[in-house]
Design a protein around this ligand. Sequence first.
Ligand code: 0RA
Length: 746
Amino acid sequence: MNKAETYKAGDIKILKGLEGVRTRPAMYIGSTGVEGLHHLIYEVLDNSVDEALAGYCNQIEVRLHRDGSCTVIDNGRGIPIDIHPDDPEGRTALEIVLTELHAGGKFESKAYKVSGGLHGVGLSVVNALSEWLEVEVKRDGKVVRQRYARGIPVTPVEIIGETEDSGTKIKFMPDPEIFETTEFIKEMLIERFRELSYLNKGLKIILVDERDGSVEEFIKEGGIVSFVEDLNKNKKVLNSKPIYVKGQKDRIIVEIAIQYNEGYSEEIITFVNNIHTREGGTHLVGFKSALTRTINSYAIENGLLKEGKESLSGEDVREGIVAVISVKIPDPQFEGQTKMKLGNSEVKGVVETILNEGLSRWLEENPNYAKLIIEKARDAARAREAAKKAKELTRKNGILESTTLPGKLADCTEKDPSHAELFIVEGDSAGGSAKQARDRRCQAVLPLRGKILNVEKARVDKMLTSEEIKTLITAIGGGIGKENFDPADIRYHKVILMTDADVDGAHIRTLLLTFFYRQMFPLIEAGYLYIAQPPLYRIKRGKWERYIQTEDEFNEFLMDIAVEEVSLPQESELNLKKEFLKLLFEYGRILENFEKRGFAPSFIESILKTGPEQKDTEFFELKDFQMIQQIYDRLSTLQEIKENQDYVIQIKNDTVRTQSLWELYSKVMDAIKKGLTIQRYKGLGEMNPEQLWETTMDPEKRTLLQVTVEDAELANEMFTILMGDDVEPRKEFIVKHALEVRNLDI
Ligand code: 0RA
């Protein structure tokens, strides 16, 4: 073959190739719409980014011109301009790259060419789909240029100058014969440029829009770490410092950044050679499996999870995760509907190995963050378990229907929910009394065994395993959970919690409130939840009797009597007497409390008198002690009750003279309580059915507290504090509320 013939043959082949691109553009760039149009820029840009990846380029400029053309300039090595030795026509590599389909590879010294999905079709495709294209290369000391029209060279490769620099400049005009629209949309470009700047740490991409005169720069020194941080920008994060893992194995480079937020969704963005793999693929599979395995084994090794008993699922460890996975591989295979899914099977194991190792190390080095992350995953696990139970339960309820109500429930005859009440009663014995006492037409009673609820660290989701709670759910009838609760099916419009007035009772009430809050929120919202107010005291004097519901009310009652029976020696104002009595009561009560803890009141009084000694500092730091000291100081300086060293007051007609405020208190109390029968109800079980009816259940006489959403919220919070695994807030809470707890604990 002579030279001319060879040239001709090659030429025809190239023309055929370019013609193919022009007759079926969508095959090469996806579409001839806006997406395809922008693809032209991405294609050129990807080549420049490859130079950056190889470490030869750190700046790319994209210019949108007023005439609709676009220029991409980089400071890479420049497209080779030497005559290609194997080319029979003796053309430059530059010309071949720009005109021959799939020519890129011939000149590759690049390890990680972007060549997947719709990208990587080559510069010749951009050229073929451009009305005209002009390439300028700085390389080997020269500046060279060539122009093309619809992919065909219209000038030779010309040397137009000398230079010390290197780089490539490609200016092209999208062909209106091909594209439905030829107007570049800045916002679309910005999204990709931003993405690229995250994926290529330190690479600066400049977008100059000559159409509106704007210039924007994209550069992320933090790379994909900045990526996850920015994705979490307005969220509360668990690990303020993102997890960052980078490694390489078998020519596969893996880079991963992870940062958890307090939310519940997962956002994992994956890239292969800078291409967003929207459908995931083998890299994502490897990531997920390593994440689950590493977190579980770290948690077990560090006692954050009970081996064999608890385990965190993939979904659990991904709740609230924001992650970016970027892999670079030599020969990516893309699959899936939109060719956006990585298929290379070898990538899974590599990602897995690298993340396993990197994440384990990170967890070891950041135990505090590790703990937070595992805590969150455990919460997710519990929520998942609860949701599953809820579903099962609702399903079961469906089968049971309301015809088979639980045996423990003593239902009422009234079927109209707006007239029906359900008493949830703590304890079987109180339940028995309530069943006898109730108005069976409209009042149903369901006893709950307190012990079951009151297991240490009972969790709301654990409650769902209790038969009692299942019974409760069936009795109420609306189902449970977020999606499964239907207020229309609630069988009672008054659901009344009736628990003992002691610590256990308060605890169970909190637990139940939390349960309702989390599982039957609409019931609270509708105002159907109430708290019964059983009396705390019954006071009798002869035939006269009175029930008292709260500790405050009881104190007020005692105070009223005291004001009548006590007088101060010096004629004094009523207010002063009241203040004195109030202080004395408070003083006495704190001393009684000390007495319960094993400190004799006389001992405490002696310290109050002499002041604290060094050795007892811890004791003096007690809130109770500081408080009683204040009260003591105030009382002992009240001149109205002092005669020399003695305290002197009148109780009825008797004068009491003593040096001890405790004695004074005891005498006043004795006098008040004389002739009264005071009964303190420790539990509902101490009341007989008649008493329970008239004090707590009789709609005519009882008081009910309607539970508001805020009450339930508070209970939920309190529950979280008291039952949660976090020790600090629990401690804080107990210290803060020490005095209130004391009052409950009588
Ligand atoms: C082929 C081979 C080499 C670089 C390039 C093409 C290249 C293409 C573009 C497109 C835009 N900017 C570009 N920069 C470089 C490798 C050259 C070498 O090994 O020196």
